[in-house]
Design a protein around this ligand. Structure first.
Ligand code: ATP
Ligand code: MG
Length: 397
């Protein structure tokens, strides 16, 4: 068995010894059956959170209102969630309160898709009342129970379905797809943050092209906040070689193709983290500059290797060019630069102040950049005496 499961097996054993049931559930079981990497193991149990806290000496209440306790065991953390049923969905969103139950089958029934509703005991036996294993073998995503009902309960499942398409390359079962198309408008009740979390996974998925096509066919795209809510934008993206691009690069490319001036506002509507927005905006402004002209060595240096690579990849992708060698090309350019960042300089701002005997001010930065440019262009060596001579000779402001 996978080492993630093995590490969690004593936790299951301990719960069982105390007289309760415990199983592996959800994404870990699905990914295990698919031979995919498992990133976290979820445990479901008949014990209530209070009972779990009595069994283990070290626990953290990470989501006790939903029945989830983090159990710390052998230096690792394991999320243990009490079997629960979710009734009383409000406004097509996940319920405010949950009911703890003792039946595994009931717990599996409230899960979204059959591939996610499989439990596995510590011996590796599957408990699979909704034939999730068969769905996985046939590469099918289908809801547990009546599709319309399930999407009405929680419209986020519409987004989850296509992000799983993107990650796994599976197809949607007919009825599931039909009801997604009928009910995608319910996404308007879902918070942007939750939609964006699924979109991030979608854009990172290997089969994002398939997922984006389904987003158009089912009309889901039209309930997205901005940018991707434009059919022609998605179509132009799909016409480009986007397979190797990562999520950030896809955001950059999308804003670039949208050709709007208010990029900041557009990205804010998706409520992306502001750090991410800043990074995208900086890349975008450099992408515009890249569109104007081939970069000099100094321009690469200023942008840094990470953004240079992203800018070149998105630029060439936007022109329908092969981008498979860009990363190594940019790497080579940087390998040949005498310095790759200010930290590589043999001198600092303090040296400049000492040499020039002037009070500190913005002029130091100007000199510093001059030095960097001169070194990058091989006019001087990155060597203190030579830099000093260069500064003293004629480059004081
Ligand atoms: P990932 O690999 O992205 O973590 P996952 O299937 O584990 O995928 P999670 O969001 O971690 O997804 O949820 C864990 C499990 O909880 C799912 O496998 C599914 O059984 C259930 N689940 C999660 N979200 C919903 C939902 N909106 N409706 C019903 N069941 C859900
Ligand atoms: Mg998970």
């Amino acid at each position: 068995m996978n080492k993630m499961f093995l590490a969690a097996t004593p936790v299951l054993e301990k719960i069982e010894k105390a007289g309760f049931e415990a199983y592996f559930v959800g994404g870990a079981v699905r990914d295990h059956l698919l031979n995919r990497d498992i990133h976290d193991v979820d445990i479901a149990t008949s014990a209530t959170p209070e009972e779990i806290k009595k069994i283990f000496s070290s626990t953290v209440d990470v989501g006790i209102e939903h029945g989830t306790i983090l159990v710390l065991f052998n230096g690792q953390g394991f999320e243990v969630t009490t079997f629960r049923s979710e009734s009383d969905y409000e406004d097509f969103r996940r319920p405010q309160s949950v009911t703890f139950i003792r039946s595994l089958h009931e717990d599996l029934r409230r899960r979204d898709f059959t591939m996610n509703a499989i439990a596995m005991d510590r011996a590796g036996n599957l408990i699979d009342p909704y034939n999730g294993k068969m769905a996985i073998d046939n590469k099918i995503i289908e809801t547990v129970g009546e599709a319309a009902e399930r999407f009405k309960e929680d419209a986020l499942r519409v987004m989850r379905a296509i992000r799983f398409v993107s990650q796994l390359g599976f197809s949607l079962e007919q009825k599931t797809e039909r009801e997604m198309a009928n009910l995608s408008y319910l996404l308007k009740h879902i918070s942007v943050e939750r939609i964006t979390a699924e979109m991030t996974k979608l854009l990172n998925g290997t089969y994002r092209e398939k997922a984006l096509k389904i987003a158009i066919e089912t009309n889901i795209y039209s309930f997205w906040p901005t940018l991707f809510n434009d059919k022609s934008i998605i179509k132009s993206i799909l016409s480009l070689p986007i397979k190797p691009l990562n999520e950030i690069e896809l955001w950059i490319l999308t804003v670039y193709l949208t050709d709007e001036t208010n990029s900041n506002e557009l990205l804010r509507k998706w409520k992306l983290p502001s750090k991410k927005i800043q990074f995208i905006l900086r890349s975008l402004s450099l992408l515009q500059r890249r569109k104007d002209h081939e970069w000099t060595k100094y321009e690469y240096y200023r942008a840094g290797i990470e953004i240079s690579t992203i800018v070149e990849r998105t630029y060439q992708a936007s022109r329908n060019k092969d981008i498979s060698e860009i990363e190594s090309n940019i790497h080579n350019i940087f390998k040949q630069l005498p310095i790759t960042s200010r930290e590589d300089l043999t001198i600092s701002g303090k040296d400049i102040l000492k040499w020039c005997e002037k009070p500190a001010g913005p002029w130091v930065r100007v000199i510093m950049e001059g030095i960097e440019e001169a070194i990058i262009n091989n006019e001087i060596y990155n060597e203190a005496a030579e830099i000093k001579r260069w500064v003293k000779s004629c480059h004081l402001p």
